[in-house]
Ligand binder design. Structure first.
Ligand SMILES: [Zn+2]
Length: 270
């Protein structure tokens, strides 16, 4: 009995062994199949993920590339440097001191400074205090030159001899370019040192609905810089001591505006 029962057990074990082997084989096959499937899915998913994650960066870089290529970055910016008044039009005066002379003094340095800045072509409207141009001629001169920027350089005047400081004027309907340039000029000039920063202003003196003629008639970004009051002695002292530094500051602000691409967005001449 013992022999036959152990033989049965062996048979049962063999049968068990066979079943276990069969089960294991099936299990292994299923495992391999599932792993293959999972692997395949994961790879596909990873590829998809890679594709998804690479797409924005590719498109971003393509966008960056295309924007820098399609946006016609100018190789040269034409800047009109316009010393206000001249000839029979002396501008404001304080005794023998004439605005037309002060304007040319600092405008000449702005012009010289800009000549040395790469990618900027300055054009000065007059080099003599005997030259007269009216505002219509000045605007036409700038428009015909296809200028990108127009700088009208003046000094202020008041019947009140205590009035003093810096003023920068832009058109009443000002653009982001006007705002940026105004800020840059203000920062650069006050850094040199002014008695009083009267700030960036828009429109026309005491009439915010109108513009100064020269700003109205020019097709490009245009501003008037009133560099201190000729009617104020301290402003005149500051002007005489620092006009070259003021001029350099104006050139720095101009160069910065060009470098940052603001003038590439300028409206086409009308
Ligand atoms: Zn003036």
């Amino acid at each position: 009995m013992a022999g036959s029962s152990s033989g049965k057990k062996r048979v049962v074990r063999r049968i068990h062994k066979g079943r276990v082997c069969g089960c294991l084989t099936v299990f292994v096959i299923i495992f391999i199949l599932i792993s293959t499937l999972i692997n395949g899915c994961t790879k596909k998913h990873n590829l998809q993920k890679q594709k998804e994650s690479s797409e924005p960066s590719i498109s971003t870089s393509v966008n960056d590339h295309s924007s820098s290529e399609t946006e016609t970055k100018k190789s040269e910016y034409i800047v009109i440097v316009d010393p206000g008044h001249g000839g029979e039009d002396v501008g404001s005066a304080n005794g023998d001191r004439l605005e037309k002379v002060d304007n040319l003094r600092y405008a000449s340095v702005v012009y010289e400074e800009l000549l040395n800045r790469e990618g900027i072509k300055p054009i000065i409207t007059r080099t003599s205090n005997d030259t007269y141009m009216n505002n219509e001629e000045r605007a036409k001169f700038a428009n015909d030159a296809g200028a990108d920027l127009y700088l009208a350089l003046h000094r202020n005047k008041s019947d009140d001899s205590t009035a003093n400081g810096l003023e920068i004027w832009f058109q009443q309907d000002h653009t982001i370019i006007d705002d940026v340039f105004g800020y840059k000029l203000e920062q650069a000039l006050t850094k040199v040192g002014v008695q009083n920063n009267r700030g960036v202003q828009f429109g026309y003196t005491n009439d915010k609905q109108n513009n100064f003629q020269i700003i109205e008639w020019t097709d490009m970004t245009a501003c008037i810089i009133e560099l201190g009051f000729i009617s104020n002695d301290e402003d005149n002292r500051l002007f005489d001591a620092h006009y070259k530094d003021y001029a350099k500051a104006i050139a720095d602000a101009t160069e910065s505006l060009c470098r940052e691409g603001y003038l590439d967005k300028v409206k086409e001449p009308q």
